[in-house]
Design a protein around this ligand. Structure first.
Ligand SMILES: [Zn+2]
Length: 59
């Protein structure tokens, strides 16, 4: 299952949606901000097919 979650860019502060695979309990991936195009890391934890926590981190 994939679910949309709203994350906030650590650089420009804008929020936008990314998809998270909720079948993976703990995952991290790099995404580019849709607004300022800078890459940052997203850490997501899922349980029972739902996203529990999402954190963003700049390098
Ligand atoms: Zn940004």
């Amino acid at each position: 299952m994939e679910e949309f979650v709203t994350i906030q860019c650590p650089f420009c502060g804008q929020t936008f949606d990314v998809t998270v695979d909720t079948s993976v309990r703990r995952q991290s991936f790099t995404t580019d901000c849709e607004i300022c195009c800078r890459p940052f890391e997203v850490l997501a934890e899922c349980a029972n097919g739902e996203v529990v926590t999402v954190e963003t981190a700049s390098e």
